[in-house]
Design a protein around this ligand. Structure first.
Ligand code: SF4
Length: 232
């Protein structure tokens, strides 16, 4: 596995915890609003950080940080992700995994072994539109399987969707709400539509105003979980 970046301190990526964020390099999706193309497009990859250097940093900060977020790119495309999680766990740290949900086999292994304490999965759109939005071919049924695995995992979790006005449809949002039905935490987030996104053509598109986005949050978000509790 190559690590594409290390954010040394985050107050927002692990609910209620001081966390470092490890960004794994490489992703199997090509979401047009992605703001990390340097983690997704091989030609734009920056110099990687070694796993050992990242672990050394985490070891040195053990008494200043509570948690480590493993994000991407897409962490679950790496066959050695469980080994990385185990080594972070041994330091020890709480661990949150960010995933696009495309690899339920890896997720199932991670959940069964209790390698993480929190899982955040992006639900991009309704299943029928997934391949078009993410600009890739894959087994879309994997998304439903990952959602079900996470919902039934007994591990604290959230689902989240990035909303962009020019891509938004009520049909997709209704399908997402059916897919995640029964979850305790679902969040919407806006995209940062600037020229650094994966498809710069989208940066010129109109986006939601703050008032429009607030109305969407009121309508669709779910928040009945205590994020600090590992739920049964
Ligand atoms: S938004 Fe996430 S899933 Fe989509 S291309 Fe970027 S890193 Fe991959």
């Amino acid at each position: 596995m190559h690590i594409g970046g290390l954010q040394k301190l985050s107050l927002i990526d692990y609910p209620g915890k001081l966390a470092a964020v490890i960004f794994t390099r490489g992703c199997n999706f090509r979401c047009p609003y992605c703001h990390n193309p340097e983690l997704v497009i091989p030609q734009r990859y920056a110099q990687p950080l070694s796993v050992e250097d990242a672990l050394d940093y985490l070891r040195d900060r053990r008494f200043m940080l509570d948690a480590v977020v493993v994000s991407g790119g897409e962490p679950t495309i790496h066959h050695d992700l469980p080994e990385l999680l185990l080594r972070i766990r041994e330091l020890p740290y709480l661990i949150k995994l960010d995933t696009n949900g495309s690899n339920p086999v890896m997720l199932e292994r991670i959940i069964q072994q209790r390698y993480v304490d929190y899982i955040a999965m992006d639900v991009k759109t309704g299943l029928a539109d997934y391949e078009a939005l993410c600009r890739t071919r894959f087994c879309v049924g994997s998304i439903r399987r990952s959602v079900d695995l996470i919902k039934n995992s007994g591990i604290a979790h959230e689902f989240r969707t990035t909303v962009v006005k020019s891509l938004y449809t009520e049909t997709d949002m209704s399908e997402i709400s059916q897919l995640i039905d029964g979850c305790r935490r679902y969040r919407l987030q806006t995209a940062r539509l600037d020229n650094a996104i994966l498809d710069p053509a989208l940066s010129a598109a109109e986006d939601f105003s703050p008032a429009e986005f607030a109305a969407l949050r009121d309508r669709w978000e779910i928040n009945t979980a205590n994020p600090e509790v590992t739920q049964p």
